[in-house]
Design a protein around this ligand. Structure first.
Ligand SMILES: Nc1ncnc2c1ncn2[C@@H]1O[C@H](COP(=O)(O)OP(=O)(O)O)[C@@H](O)[C@H]1O
Ligand SMILES: [Mg+2]
Length: 119
């Protein structure tokens, strides 16, 4: 198991799942982490294949379990170009391309997925 720090959450990475917990070191980040967990739980329900699936989130947004994605190993500008093309006519383009970083994207099975879609 590996632990990764995000901007508002701690992420525990297991073989096929990750667990996201709001950062407990700072109250404001903690609240933002809760909101991110709750938002990912809501958006995951849309059922888009390009959003890493949330398997569980408690009512308060303290614990979220998501499909584990593999890191994308391509240059950032190439990913950007690919996604700009992919989302050209997608009504959620802005949402999908927000907070654009390699670390916020991954691969699950054969799908390229966004792993951080909490604001
Ligand atoms: N589903 C996932 N699969 C694999 N790694 C993930 C997943 N979700 C998050 N991570 C890793 O944990 C880091 C922090 O998670 P993230 O969701 O970006 O938290 P924050 O919202 O606090 O930035 C990500 O940059 C990524 O490296
Ligand atoms: Mg992030």
């Amino acid at each position: 198991m590996k632990v990764v720090s995000g901007s508002t959450r701690m992420v525990f990475v297991f073989k096929s799942n990750v667990i996201k917990i709001p950062n407990i070191k700072n109250y404001k980040l903690f609240l933002n982490g809760i909101l991110s967990n709750l938002q990912e739980n809501e958006f995951s329900k849309i059922g888009r294949v390009d959003l890493a699936k949330v398997k569980y989130c408690d009512f308060l947004g303290i614990i979220l379990v998501m499909d584990k994605a593999c890191r994308v190993n391509i240059p950032l500008n190439l990913l950007k170009k690919t996604l700009e093309k992919k989302y050209k006519y997608d009504y959620m383009k802005e949402f999908m391309l927000s907070d654009f970083k390699l670390s916020n994207w991954g691969v699950v099975g054969t799908e390229l997925v966004k792993v951080d879609y909490g604001s």
